[in-house]
Design a protein around this ligand. Sequence first.
Ligand code: FES
Length: 164
Amino acid sequence: MKLTRRSLLDTGWKVGAALLTAAAGWTSWELLRPLRTSAASGKVNLGNPSQYAKDTATYNTAGRLWVANAGGHLFALSQKCPHLGCRVPFCESSGRFECPCHGSIFDIGGEHVAGPAPRGMDQYTLSIENDELIADTSKRTDGPPHGAATYLTPPKGPSCKGQG
Ligand code: FES
């Protein structure tokens, strides 16, 4: 077979397109693959429960969840907004979860306060094993319905909306 400049360029484009497709596929897999957890059951060790101070929210990278202490009651809250799945950050100044995508707001207990989310933040089952707090990310329950206000308090301060 005679190798011409034209056939070399044709082959080059095909190889380039195949590499781009493979890279896109790998990136999609990295984004969508199941969470890596410490055990096949989906259990994530969150450490000693006493480290979570009252009325604070702490992000746990391994579980991709928030550990919230609402007035002494601990929750493991999914980071995914129940509206369209954006990652919901905690706003330290207001003391609330504020979704940056469409403005849903949740109190420290993950209860819906405002915005288009159909319910509060989803929760994972928590248990204590050997004095360690364990979240089971294979057991998620829907967040509380609109109107739940067990942990609702006035905002601590200004909202984070519009910052950053
Ligand atoms: S994804 Fe959070 S309000 Fe829409």
